[in-house]
Design a protein around this ligand. Sequence first.
Ligand SMILES: [Zn+2]
Length: 708
Amino acid sequence: MNTPSNPLLDFSGLPRFDEINTAHVTPAIETLLTENRSTIDSIRNDSNAPTWQTFVQPMVDASERLSRAWGQVSHLNAVMNTPELREVYNKNLPLITQFYAELSQDQRLFDKFKQLRASAEFDMLSPARKKIIENELRDFRLGGAELPPEKKQRFLKIQETLSELSSKFNDNLLDATNAFSLVIDNQEEISGIPEDVLHTAKQLAEKDSKKGWKFTLHMPSYLPIQQYADNRALREKMYHAFYTRASEFSKPSSESSDTSWDNMPIIKKILELREEEARLLGYKNFAEVSLAPKMATSPEQVLGFLRELAGKAKPYAEKDLQELQQFATETLGLPKLEAWDIPYVSEKLRQARYAFSDQEVKQYFPEDKVLPGMFKLVEALYRISIVPADSIEIGQTVQYWHPDVKLFDIFDASGDLIGRFYIDLYARDTKRGGAWMDGAIARRRIDCERGGHVVQIPVAYLTCNFSGPVSINGQQRPALFTHNEVIVLFHEFGHGLHHLLTQVDDLSVSGINGVEWDAVELPSQFMENFCWEWDVLKEMTRHVETGEPLPRTLFDKMLAAKNFQSGMQMVRQIEFALFDMHLHYDFDPHGDKSVLQLLDEVRREVAVITPPAYNRFPNSFAHIFGGGYAAGYYSYKWAEVLSADAYGLFEENASNNSIGVMDAKTGSRFRDEILAMGGSRPALESFVAFRGREPQMDALLRHNGMTV
Ligand SMILES: [Zn+2]
């Protein structure tokens, strides 16, 4: 077999990162788009009845090559960004988006899927393949494929307008955020604000040739002021500016007075159009459209869930607030807490109660203890072994995109290679911020022409932005992680294991592919629980200087601080989720009640803090008006219930054995029923198969310190 000269067109193994350069991108994407279009053409014009082998499989194969090649480009764009790569990425991205948009509107493909669904072959297909076909039909329907021509035209127009409105919503918010700044040149007015924040603020002022410190509404400036500034008037001023962004109170400068940043008319229009879209599709409201591909079955179910959780959490939130008020009165001389006092007083109370710092904890978590500790845990749980790939014969030189990157192999109990992952831990200026897991290659079974089959081994990328090793006095010190970074690492590794430990043979539902959106965080949040388990954690620590493990007393303090104000945090999330769900369920955008009145009603029901009347939170609620979370904000809490309850079985079983939560029996069940199954069956079925019953919220409440 010839190796293609363009490394992006080589699908025989791992990506050839050393050889890929920007000149390869456009030709590869052109070739693959042409290949995809001609595949689609020929199956679309095939007059024979569609079968899995002649219709679905060729489409999956062509699309997999495109997504693998493009996946490498996006990955490099995110972790080794250069101006040249960014340019070629942005040039090709619309072509790919356009191709998939065409597919989703292709009436003849939709008809063929319907034909296949109705054929005798369908009943003989595996559950995974049935699920893939059902998913396709659902997505075509939600994309308006079943509408008569005139309605379809209106539907597409609505989609187009909605996407413009969302983008306008985000633009207004960004413009309004950028338009505000506050320069202070009096040292007394900035007391309490951390040094690094002041340093940046000073540089910003200097840029404008001003003396003093310049503060903005961007998070790295806004949050520390709310949290640390002793100057109450400053906090209030910033709070006011922040919560009136993109509202009738925030106006563009006079020269552009014909435009407005007010997002409220946009919100109204978005809600009207979403409602119209829902009715066109035959649903009663947009919430039903949003939930159609999700695990939650109805808006009523979600509302019931949120209210039940609110009922449990609110007494704790009230207690949190009471403690805060008492502390503010007694210690800080603040008799009445305002919205701009909450983060400040909370931080003071937290420091008074739990006297330890992240820096202190960080000294106990060196990379060379944390990574092996995490591997040891999952090796014990899932009966696998994890080995650095360099040390074994793999028949191919592994290529990396950066010298810091490592590749690991996962073997099952019988010694078969079942998955591989790259790990790229340290921040650098060519890397996008945050932490994430991405699939490079997904597991699938490939039938060979001469009979038999091979299994394509899944490969994942784990990317973080932690601080790297440093050299002190000529001595190399390993990378040290904060406890929060350890949690992030476990979280992303949880996503990784979902991708890597799958046993599904069909790509579209293997690993995290096809998993319901409100259930996809189950495996990741599940892993976080182990970071609060003494038996697990103590094996992962070693003080970078003394070599001592983490002291139990420090761990106990960390544990106590974990649930600090968890009641207040939970009701706040529930407030947003209820507001979002009602907006898209029973709120009438044409009616008399305003969006703000609805929010007030929700607040009266679940919130413990009433913000000032000028607060325009909805105008900056970008999750639901500028992003993809409409009628989906509840997912955060929903997935937490699933992950906490799944972990609850490990806790229950731990009380009956001597090995604690590192229990291979329960672990195998989690692996087989949840991780291995991917999107091949509904998430609820997988959950019940593991847990033996439907999800319950007790474990989540217990983990948040809310036990009655
Ligand atoms: Zn996640």
